[in-house]
Structures are given as structure tokens and as C-alpha cells.
Design a protein around this ligand. Sequence first.
Ligand SMILES: C[S@@+](CC[C@H](N)C(=O)[O-])C[C@H]1O[C@@H](n2cnc3c(N)ncnc32)[C@H](O)[C@@H]1O
Length: 144
Amino acid sequence: MSFNKKLFFSSINQNGRTPQKVYDELNKEFNFDFDPCPKDPDFDGLTISWSSCNFINPPFKEQRLWIKKAYEESLKNKICVMLLPSRTDTRIFHDVILPYAYQIRFIKGRLKFQQYKNSAPFPSMIVIFKKKRKSIILKFLSVL
Ligand SMILES: C[S@@+](CC[C@H](N)C(=O)[O-])C[C@H]1O[C@@H](n2cnc3c(N)ncnc32)[C@H](O)[C@@H]1O
């Protein structure tokens, strides 16, 4: 295995902070008013009600819970924009993201999360949950 397994699975790696450029681009488009899992939370983002337009880069360990929560919040007319590892082989991708996401943007290239020198060892995607969906929209973005 070529990457450092210990480092990759350590707790600090569960929390790769969003690259500023990625956040700024998305914020320009969506004008977020809430981050339910911020850098230093003083609330439990999984149990509170979210705001009208949310940006979510969830802790890696509990992604299923955050994806389900984002979907549930979208049913209350909220927009939830998630930055997630692009794992298209997972159950959550097939059970929740593919059937219910409004849009998925697959990112070409690997993101460099804020606190790391190197790019992530996994691809990323932006998943948008929004109440009104006719059919899913797929997009491809480049960070290169
Ligand atoms: C991947 S980091 C994202 C941080 C920041 N939102 C960003 O995009 O750079 C995930 C964050 O979720 C926070 N977190 C973990 N569990 C949480 C919870 N139950 N409620 C709120 N925040 C939580 C962690 O403290 C961590 O900072």
C-alpha cells in the first residue's frame, strides 16, 4: 500500500477542511447561511434544525448520518450542498445520493484539504440536496 495508512485513518484525517477556493466558488453561487459541522462546533449538527442554505463537509467517520440528515433537511425546503469523497460503490451512494440528490458534481483531480500539504488520496464530489428534483443532474468540475 503506497499511502500512509496510519496517517490516513487517524482522527485528524477524519476532518479535512474545505479548500478555501472550493468554498468561495460554491458560496458565490449559493450564498450559504449555515455550516452544521464547522471547524470548532459548540452544538451537535446532527440533532439541530439547519438553516435555509447549508454547506456541509462532514466528518469522514459519520458520513452516512450526515448524508441522511442533509436529505431530510432538504425535504423541509432547505438547500444542502455537501462536499464528499466520491465513493460510488457505497450503499449510501446508491440508496440515498443517486435516488434523491438534486445534482452531483464529480470533481476532476484531487482536492488539497486545508491543513494538508498533499492532495487527498480519494476523489471528491459535490452533492446537492434540494426539494424539487425532476431527474438528477450530473456535472463534472475540474480543479486542475
Ligand atoms: C471535515 S470537517 C469540516 C470543517 C469545516 N466545515 C470545513 O468545511 O472546512 C468536519 C467538522 O465537523 C465537526 N463535527 C464533528 N461532529 C460534529 C457534530 N456532531 N456536530 C457539529 N460538528 C461536528 C468537526 O469538529 C469537524 O471540524
